[in-house]
Design a protein around this ligand. Structure first.
Ligand SMILES: Nc1ncnc2c1ncn2[C@@H]1O[C@H](COP(=O)(O)OP(=O)(O)OP(=O)(O)O)[C@@H](O)[C@H]1O
Ligand SMILES: O=C(O)C1=C[C@@H](O)[C@@H](O)[C@H](O)C1
Ligand SMILES: [Mg+2]
Length: 216
């Protein structure tokens, strides 16, 4: 092992400061944050769903820390995701992804944007169900393709038929993403509109929770 996925130097120290400060803020802060306790909000979904960009704005709205698992992995490895894939392979990336997310889930509450494949790992799904509320940001194929065309930093789409790849990933992953606690349509609307939809769904979720709707 060339680096320690658990000990993520800079961002770990930042997160300790931020979590302390943000915990204080969240005690006074948004009603949703107060009801979370130590649970995090974990965003799942395909590449281009908006996990990173909607997640950051959601965290601002709820006055919670924001973490992006992809960025944390890159910081721990000292390499970009395309470099990790190229040098060590996808299995190594997935192993690091699982460890990094396990660490972040212990540092909640926060809004955590995961990488598109993270929720496919059974151990990760189990941990998320124990420590967080999971939110699937769901989008149509054409919306996703329009969004991912903007950047070429996704190794899984660097091939002759990215749309075919995305279609296959949808078939494989959508049944698993569908097990998330909440599903939000990440449609073509301003990011803040999707944030508002998430906040509304969470408020409803906590209302049902109070009525015993999430037991068992
Ligand atoms: N609701 C939205 N309205 C407009 N643009 C959006 C919306 N959601 C996401 N985008 C845009 O789509 C692109 C991809 O979004 P983002 O990086 O948040 O996706 P992601 O789910 O984190 O993908 P990945 O799994 O590859 O990290 C960005 O340019 C972002 O601004
Ligand atoms: O959908 C996926 O498997 C991926 C999505 C990105 O967020 C990165 O985690 C990586 O490019 C793999
Ligand atoms: Mg992202």
């Amino acid at each position: 092992m060339l680096y320690d996925w658990h000990m993520n130097s800079i961002s770990r120290f930042n997160s300790l400061d931020e979590v302390g400060g943000q915990n204080q803020a969240s005690r006074r802060g948004h009603p949703i944050s107060r009801q979370l306790g130590t649970r995090s909000l974990v965003l799942v979904g395909l590449m281009g769903a908006g996990k990173s960009t909607v997640g950051r704005r959601l965290a601002q709205t709820l006055k919670l820390p924001f973490r992006d698992a992809d960025h944390e992995i890159e910081a721990a490895a000292g390499m970009t995701i395309p470099e990790i894939f190229a040098v060590h392979g996808e299995d190594h990336f997935r192993d690091g992804e699982r460890r990094v997310i396990a660490r972040l889930l212990q540092e909640g509450p926060m809004v955590l944007a995961t990488g598109g494949g993270a929720f496919m790992n059974e151990e990760t799904r189990q941990r998320v169900s124990e420590c967080a509320i999971s939110i699937w940001l769901k989008a149509d194929l054409d919306v996703l393709m329009r969004r991912v065309r903007k950047r070429s930093t996704r190794p899984l789409l660097q091939n002759a038929d990215p749309e075919g790849t995305m279609r296959r990933l949808m078939e494989l992953r959508y049944p698993v993403y569908a097990t998330a606690d909440l599903t939000i349509d990440s449609h073509e609307a301003p990011h803040d509109r999707v944030v508002a939809d998430v906040v509304k769904a969470l408020a409803d979720w906590f209302d049902r929770d109070k009525q015993g709707g999430h037991e068992g």
